[in-house]
Design a protein around this ligand. Sequence first.
Ligand SMILES: Cc1cc2nc3c(=O)[nH]c(=O)nc-3n(C[C@H](O)[C@H](O)[C@H](O)COP(=O)(O)O)c2cc1C
Length: 368
Amino acid sequence: MTGNVLGERFVVMSFGESHGACVGALIDGCPAGLPISVEDIQRQLDLRRPGQSLVTTQRRERDEVEILTGVFNGYTTGAPILMITRNKDVDSTSYLKLRDTPRPSHADFFAHVKYGGFNDWRGGGRFSGRVTVTYTMAGALALKLLNVYLGIDVIAYTKQIGELKVTRELDIEEIKNNRYSNEVRCPDPQLAEQMRDLVIKTRGKGDSLGGIVECIVINVPLGLGEPVFSSLDGDIAKAVFAIPAVRGVEFGAGFSAATMLGSEHNDPLGYIDGKILPVTNKAGGIVGGLSTGANIVLRVAFKPPASIAKPQRTLNTSTMREEDVVVTGRHDPTVVPRAVPVVESIVAIVLADHAIRGGFIPPVIKVR
Ligand SMILES: Cc1cc2nc3c(=O)[nH]c(=O)nc-3n(C[C@H](O)[C@H](O)[C@H](O)COP(=O)(O)O)c2cc1C
């Protein structure tokens, strides 16, 4: 399979470039009978949309989804579903001058060489954060499927921006209800205010910030995952790495497991509300590549975006001389707030795929 396709049974093909006619997703394998509306998809897309506040790029896209096939009378038909969003607010002028002086740590130069100069470089083309519209559209469908049929909820939020991080224990209801109540998507209102100030201050200095998105999946049945090469954690990690600017993924205790003792890290089994479940969750809900029935908990680290206003050294690939480049145009000072719904979406796609593969969701669902 090519690099633009994700999944075995809930199969998503992502297509489109940042400044081309549209971006879109073709989804094959979605069961028939799922009630779905444009609003269901639009709701998730609106959470990712740029230009909504000072902490994002000022590119103003309305990101209106069009569902062109596979839905009839408000239900999925079992046929492939094509969704697109037309690119409207396109201004490629600032990218023209980057042709000879590639932005450090963006994909411009590497894509140019790999595709012999034929790649669409406008707005970063296929390497733009804009491709995440396609994951979000397909993910909104997957979220609805998981929620309607299995009661699964995928809840992500901003855990950290720069050095500012959530340190207190947050209740799942608090995260669920508050995560989208502010621009930075942090459920702690005081910290959210500090994060917002930090992003605006950093942007003012011509710089950018990284951070961490935490994602919690609740009501997961035991047994999703197909070891060994399609372990649930492996497939989630691979999919999450399709989000541009991702630098790391960890589950449960993650990297801190390396310094724990077995007695500290082990999750004993218990009998909770009539179910056999791990009493603690250092594993983050996945053991042996299989979901355990506990919440899946993962954290995704994002780098600071490459496009910063500060002058940076780069190579002029025409003259072969080093020179300064100043990146103009409209860019995100941090990708973290906009990545929150994208992480939810891509995790949902993988879970929907595994739920169908594992027989947890049938080919026709009846929820009328
Ligand atoms: C929602 C979102 C928005 C992004 N916006 C920008 C941006 O405005 N400027 C930028 O340089 N990178 C941005 N990125 C990241 C780049 O697309 C990414 O760093 C680049 O393609 C290189 O890939 P890599 O960082 O995964 O190696 C964004 C990523 C996401 C997920």
